[in-house]
Design a protein around this ligand. Sequence first.
Ligand code: 4NP
Length: 257
Amino acid sequence: MSVAACSSVAGLLKAPVRCSFPSSPSALLSVATARSSGKPGLTIFSSKAAVRHSDLERPRSVSSRAVRAMASSDTAATEAATKPFAVLFVCLGNICRSPAGEGVFRDVVKKRGLESKFNIDSAGTINYHEGNLADPRMRSAARTRGIEITSISRPIRPSDFKDFDLILAMDKQNREDILDAFDRWKARDSLPADAATKVKLMCSYCKRHKETEVPDPYYGGPQGFEKVLDLLEDACESLLDSIVSQNQHILGHGPSN
Ligand code: 4NP
């Protein structure tokens, strides 16, 4: 067999063909006898071409790559249906409004028996209070309403844009700061391009209140902390309604149920 014949067969086959060249017709026959044992991967010589036995035997209808792709899309669908829905509340210092948002939302979720379906956290756009419990005024106002705030302050981080499905900003400045952070981090940390769409204003979920922002209570009196809780209780109820209506699997109503 010529080098040209061998390389043309190689061109027809996806897998590389291992070619060797017996010196005479009788040598070719003896190689064929010795090697045509039927074991996959051995080279079988014929008068026309040399092909790998494994290439002749491999079924061509469904490739192994297609099978792997189908299996991995099944796994992704199962993961999406069982992964807890992740909500991050964000304010400036993560010691007043966002820990309260986290506490109120946990309470609403618990009352509906959906704790296992959610991952709930909070963060700040600054790290000034990192490691601290929430402001005692905020914790005390919440406790009066039966809500325990236990979170520890931390700044927002790049992985939050991957780990959370919704990021709730307490005011417009917080939202701008979160989006600025995303713009700084997105290339370096390979963040999903659509992550900015996860950022929403908390008050956009309010039904009973007309305010568009949760005002910062830090430098004010006790009524400011009450106002924060009024707005958060209103927003968190309809936030949960909205998440559940858009993610039916949370109630166990998947497409196949
Ligand atoms: P938060 O309130 O953003 O609701 O946690 C604040 C907490 C601390 C400061 C400002 C606001 N601060 O200036 O330290």
